[in-house]
Design a binder for this molecule. Structure first.
Ligand SMILES: *Cc1c(COP(=O)(O)O)cnc(C)c1O
Length: 372
């Protein structure tokens, strides 16, 4: 490799820095215009002396908690000098991450291309394209990641790589991350420090941020991660095998992965709860019947874990609070989780799970169906 010797080597121009300054301002201004997301109260029987809160991440401008991730990944890329004027942003995602990243790319006037499986639903493609994103199709879903790397090897392309960078792009100490926001919003409650925060893992970034934050702020709060069928996270966590792989896709959108991703931080997780997919859908629909809040499937997974932990607190005679997330809204799932036809096509029987939740909330008896 030739060594520069006589001349100064200078990278970057003041024009480039001015572009980055303006880009950071635009991302920060977007946050500044946005309100914080609500912390709803879920009504539990008052004599239980347990309070349940739902952090509503569906109200972000792009409809899911991925709005936070996309903002963090863009700021991380800008601050690292990876994203500059004319950079094409590349991602491998057919879901909420692509929608939110397309939004921020558009805000900065950058091209955005996401690698998606060919059988991605037209609704999702439309959502990505609404923000000016472009979809690049592959036939086999596992090829998404190598194809994104291949595209991003071109000059002026940057692979966001959510599954690697989610855990490190967010400032876990504070800076209005989701954990700091939850604790601030709880400050006037009767149990302001929750016993549990319950969350699923897609990238694992959100559970990593919450787990690190509670240690840093010396809160006794524990982090429970719920995991759907087919996911490698629960078996990987339980056995300590960071290379665990099931090779099978999750059917609960946004959470559960065929392999343990680099962004998943098992050491900050106090408990993992495997959740049957039918239980996730039953809990999601129950939420809508009781509160009118229409959420996605991963929110149902969270709630099934919550019912498990609230039952445990009742059993131990503990009062206190539990927090979970509404990860996205239900509109995106009208033709899937909210469709009886779609659900029965998958052979899912929701009734035993629905009955278990209803019985629990009326009589405090928690008798979840045993795995079949
Ligand atoms: C990404 C996602 C999650 C999981 O969040 P991570 O921080 O990636 O672990 C949960 N639900 C939905 C709908 C998601 O899009």
């Amino acid at each position: 490799m030739p060594m520069p010797s006589e001349d100064w080597v200078e990278h970057g121009s003041s024009r480039q820095r001015a572009w980055v300054d303006e880009a950071v301002r635009r991302v920060e201004a977007d946050a500044n215009r946005s309100a914080d997301t609500h912390l709803h109260v879920f009504p539990l029987p008052s004599h239980w002396n347990i309070d349940l809160y739902l952090k509503d991440e569906s109200v972000h401008p792009t409809g899911s908690l991925k709005h936070r991730l996309a903002r963090s990944l863009f700021l991380y890329g800008l601050a690292n000098g990876w994203i500059t004027e004319g950079t094409t942003i590349v991602e491998a995602s057919s879901g909420s991450t692509a929608v939110s990243e397309a939004y921020f790319a558009h805000l900065l006037g950058l091209d955005f291309v996401t690698v998606v499986p060919r059988r991605t639903s037209p609704e999702k493609i439309a959502l990505i394209e609404r923000y000016g994103g472009r979809c690049h199709f592959v036939d086999a879903p596992p090829d998404m990641y190598t194809e994104a790397e291949r595209l991003a090897a071109k000059a002026d392309h940057h692979y966001m790589d959510q599954f690697t960078f989610a855990e490190r792009a967010t400032d876990w100490r504070g800076n209005n991350n989701i954990a700091e926001s939850i604790f601030d919003q709880l400050s006037l409650e009767r149990f302001p420090v929750p016993d549990w925060v319950v969350m699923g893992a897609g990238t694992g970034g959100t559970s990593a941020t919450i787990g690190r934050y509670v240690r840093y702020r010396r809160h006794p709060t524990k982090v429970a991660v719920v995991d759907p069928e087919n996911s490698a996270y629960f078996p990987g966590w339980a056995t300590g095998a960071s290379d665990y792989a099931t090779g099978m896709p999750s059917r609960i959108e946004g959470i559960g992965r065929p392999r343990v991703e680099p962004s998943f931080v098992p050491s900050v997780i106090d408990l993992m709860i495997p959740v049957p997919d039918a239980a996730s859908v039953a809990a999601m629909r129950h939420l809508q019947r009781v509160t009118g809040l229409c959420a996605g499937g991963s929110t149902g997974t969270n709630l099934w874990g919550v019912w498990h932990l609230v039952a445990r607190m009742l059993h131990e005679g503990r009062s206190g609070s539990v927090v979970t997330l509404i990860c996205d809204g239900g509109d995106r799932y009208r033709h899937s989780y909210y469709s009886d036809e779609w659900v029965s096509e998958r052979g899912w029987d929701l009734d035993p799970y629905t009955n278990a939740i209803e019985e629990f909330l009326t009589s405090a008896n928690w008798n979840p169906p045993t795995a079949g």
